[in-house]
Design a protein. Structure first.
Length: 308
């Protein structure tokens, strides 16, 4: 299996938000834009990429976009690739069908990465009927949106993924100044989403109970745990909060309150009536969010945290 570097030939399957964000990230580090191939079946792919991808790129890189290889044929797109990265629909049947076709036409040493938010590499390999050689090269590379800004990449290893594949994947992303974290076992939704969704569940519960409204919750997060978590995660934060006693001291001091909140945690279900009220508040409060502004501010926060 070849070692990926700045001269690697990369094929991205899917040109949605995540696909183009990854394209922007890859363009920053590839020796030539012709090493990047994008395949997507949408009509007008060329015009779509030319007009949309620059929104993810620094102005100095806009001139690279016309040189990217675009393809409507999966067989042609993956034939010479060192890395094949799919960002297709969150659908096991789609991913399985994609990997079957990829393996039929790709090189036998190509790395196979799925950008899924919750479908494990093991289930994808099993559903696709991959042999051990192909399954050994398949794993999940789950980004935190948008990946051209956010450093985190959850590397989720399948039951038959080889150690060599993991090593080469981690090395590739570290060389691109990302933060790959290898999960020790597969789980639904992986880690970042589960943590974020736990906060979202409690936020929905509090709004639904009339304690706060949508904008109140966002203002609370943005002026408290949001900036704190940019420099220290929950364990480190509360370890510091415990003073000399560390995390143990923290739970000794206010563990009762923590337990009360855990026992009173909100229980809400997707599809219930709360969605109408909360969605309405979000629309009235925010309208159409400026994604470029969000990404610019997020990058500024990350840069500040890195250099402080």
């Amino acid at each position: 299996m070849s070692t990926p570097d700045s001269k690697s030939r990369i094929t991205l399957i899917g040109a949605g938000t995540i696909g183009l964000s990854f394209a922007a990230l890859h363009l920053t580090y590839l020796a030539s834009p012709t090493q990047l191939t994008i395949i997507d079946t949408r009509p007008g792919l060329d015009e779509y990429v030319k007009t949309t991808l620059p929104k993810y790129l620094a102005p100095a890189l806009h001139g690279l976009v016309p040189s990217i290889r675009l393809s409507g044929s999966l067989a042609e797109a993956v034939r010479d690739a060192d890395i094949i990265q799919e960002q297709g629909p969150e659908n096991l049947a789609f991913k399985a069908g994609t990997w079957r076709e990829v393996v039929a036409h790709a090189r036998p040493d190509a790395l196979l990465w799925s950008s899924t938010s919750g479908i494990t590499a093991s289930s994808q390999a099993e559903a696709a009927g991959l042999d051990d050689g192909a399954a050994a090269r398949l794993l999940v590379v789950h980004p935190y949106n948008p990946p051209h800004v956010m450093p985190l990449l959850e590397v989720v290893v399948g039951a038959r993924t080889s150690a060599e594949t993991v090593e080469k994947t981690v090395s590739f992303w570290r060389a691109r100044q990302r933060e790959p974290v290898v999960l020790k076992k597969e789980c639904k939704g992986f880690v970042a989403n589960r943590l974020a969704f736990a906060l979202l569940r409690e936020a929905v519960h509090l709004v639904n109970e009339g304690v706060v409204d949508v904008e109140d919750v966002d203002r609370i997060v943005e002026t408290s745990m949001g900036p704190r978590w940019a420099v220290a995660g929950p364990f480190k934060s509360y370890h510091v909060g415990g003073g000399a006693g560390g995390l143990e001291g923290f739970f000794k001091n206010i563990g009762g309150t923590v337990q009360d909140c855990w026992q009173d945690a909100g229980q809400v279900n997707v599809g219930e009536e709360w969605e109408k009220k909360i969605s309405r508040q979000a629309r009235e409060g925010y309208g159409n969010v400026d994604v470029e502004s969000r990404d610019r501010k997020t990058k500024a926060v990350l840069d500040a945290a890195k250099t402080a």
